[in-house]
Design a protein around this ligand. Sequence first.
Ligand SMILES: *Cc1c(COP(=O)(O)O)cnc(C)c1O
Length: 368
Amino acid sequence: MVSPRPAVQALPAYRPGRNPADLAREIGVDRAIKLASNEVAFPPLPAVVDAIAAAAGETNRYPDNGAVVLTDALAERYGVDPAQVATGCGAVMLCQQLAQAYTEPGASIAFAWRSFEMYPLLAQVAGARSIQVPLVPGREGGPADTHDLDGLLAAIDDDTRLVFVCNPNNPTGTAVRRAGLEKFLDAVPVTTLVVLDEAYREFVSDPDVPDGTELMRGRPNVAVLRTFSKAWGLAGLRVGYLLAEDPAVAEAVRKTHVPFSVSMLAQAAAVAALASEDEVRARCASVVAERKRLVAALRARGFDVSDSQANFVWLPVGEQAAPLAAALEARAVITRPFAGVGVRVTVGAPEENDAFLAALDAVRADGG
Ligand SMILES: *Cc1c(COP(=O)(O)O)cnc(C)c1O
């Protein structure tokens, strides 16, 4: 009998997420809403759909493996050299490439916990040890929802090749501020690569939350991850990118790229989306306005919600997380529970957020 590596055997099997159409059928309603995966509610912009349609007619050919047009557009947008850019099949693939490129058995990857659920999995696949540093309260008396940068620094050892700092943090939505992050970056050993995962950067409204693409300047062991999946509305096409101060970091990521994994459609769509940045920004501003409304509505209902800088809110309900999400689902609203900790709810369209609040009120009226 063949058997995979023990580290792979130990990985959890994939469990598909709840699909709104199936849920609606199951509970006998017209429509269920999904606020579970932090997508934006807007469809792709018309110019983006046109670019995808135009590229569709050429898909008998392979895509450009170097994604040259997209790489050049990103380099121009961020004022870096194309050699400092790597594109990937979603930012998650770039995370995996970073682990492949920078760790080996015996090495470790450090990150906060809870944070993005991919980090421990990709460490396991790479055969690296995970160093998980618990979140701490972001404000006195509040829930543990914020990076402990001093703790993270102290946890880095001689074997730590990679540190992920998810800012804003998924799933809690909190962000670290400029002074704390600069102090941290200046203290990390130069032999440890710090990856600032800024998947939600476009939703940041606090000017004191630093932009990683500025912080990386002059720091060769810092790189930034961004994605077209969230603010840019292209989750279904799979395209993300890495910007690194040291071109050698981007090169190591490009070397571990699965050939042709950024499709022709994804490249065309991302280039068109970048050209429509003003419209994307306007959409983000409307998400931020809805986030503000949702946070206020939840606080008025007694939830201890922190200031989210992302396109989701976090309900730190502890042991109630799984039962609350199940009760919301029975009322046609799919959220993302983290058992024993909390529930993450994506900021949707205004009517979706209203439906979520109504479902929440109904659950609580029922004593749920
Ligand atoms: C969604 C997300 C990503 C990227 O997702 P892709 O769709 O693979 O680009 C990366 N990091 C975090 C923290 C995320 O939440």
